[in-house]
Ligand binder design. Structure first.
Ligand code: BEZ
Length: 222
């Protein structure tokens, strides 16, 4: 099981675009690996189509996307036609690779199984995991949805946006934050450093404790 902050394990895998070495494929980009129970399943088909639609946005943010489903490359190639038809996607090709994990070895190694959802052979299917990996190959987010619930990819984009802001500007994003809204200075940044960076843009809330830890600034941009 990979924990937050761990180096994400490297692996080689077959995909619809050939064999990949995961770390080489990632290079120095951020990456998202998201898993699926099987090809030709309804929820998965909607998710992969949605990610095709969001792909330009992920690209703009410097994020490489890769899916995993517990079926063969041949099956993936046939499934891609369905995904494109469902999503009314007319472009040639498919913008991101899908790992073939017919043996489920990777799903087992990466802790992706959902013991409450069994396949026709009575084996646990792969759940809907999302792993976000940073350019140093550290795992920065892990979420695990049951197989029967489709993910919200707007939320996944939101998390990446937040992670990248933290990385660049030492800020955190508050509850229900959306891109463009104010952010908070990280507790690890002292007041002097905060003042140097944000000057008079800092709004510090007065709280009953008298502690000045809620320091709000406009969302920084390049
Ligand atoms: C689906 O993708 O629709 C699905 C797959 C496995 C279990 C439940 C739903």
């Amino acid at each position: 099981m990979v924990l937050l902050g761990d180096t994400f394990p490297n692996f080689t895998a077959q995909t619809n675009i050939g064999e990949i070495d995961f770390h080489n494929w990632l290079g120095d980009s951020w990456g998202i690996l998201f898993s699926h129970p099987n090809d030709f399943t309804p929820v998965c088909t909607t998710e992969l189509a949605r990610v095709v639609k969001l792909f330009p946005e992920f690209q703009r943010m410097g994020i490489k996307i890769i899916a995993l489903s517990c079926d063969s490359v041949d099956s993936h190639l046939r499934w891609i036609s369905d995904i494109k038809a469902y999503g009314e996607i007319n472009d040639n090709g498919f913008p991101y690779p899908i790992i073939a994990d017919q043996s489920r070895d990777l799903a087992i190694t990466l802790g992706m199984l959902d013991p409450s959802e069994l396949n026709s052979e009575g084996l646990p299917v792969s759940a809907r995991t999302v792993f976000i990996i940073d350019p140093l190959k550290k795992m920065r987010l892990s979420i695990l949805y049951p197989a029967s619930t489709g993910r919200n990819f707007d939320e996944i984009l939101r998390v990446v946006e937040s992670l990248q802001l933290t990385e660049k500007y030492k800020v955190a994003t508050p509850v229900d934050w959306k891109k463009g809204q104010p952010v908070m200075i990280l507790p690890t940044v002292n007041d002097d450093e905060a003042k140097q960076t944000y000057g008079n843009n800092i709004k510090t809330l007065c709280l009953p404790s008298g502690k000045s830890y809620l320091r709000i600034v406009p969302q920084p941009t390049d």
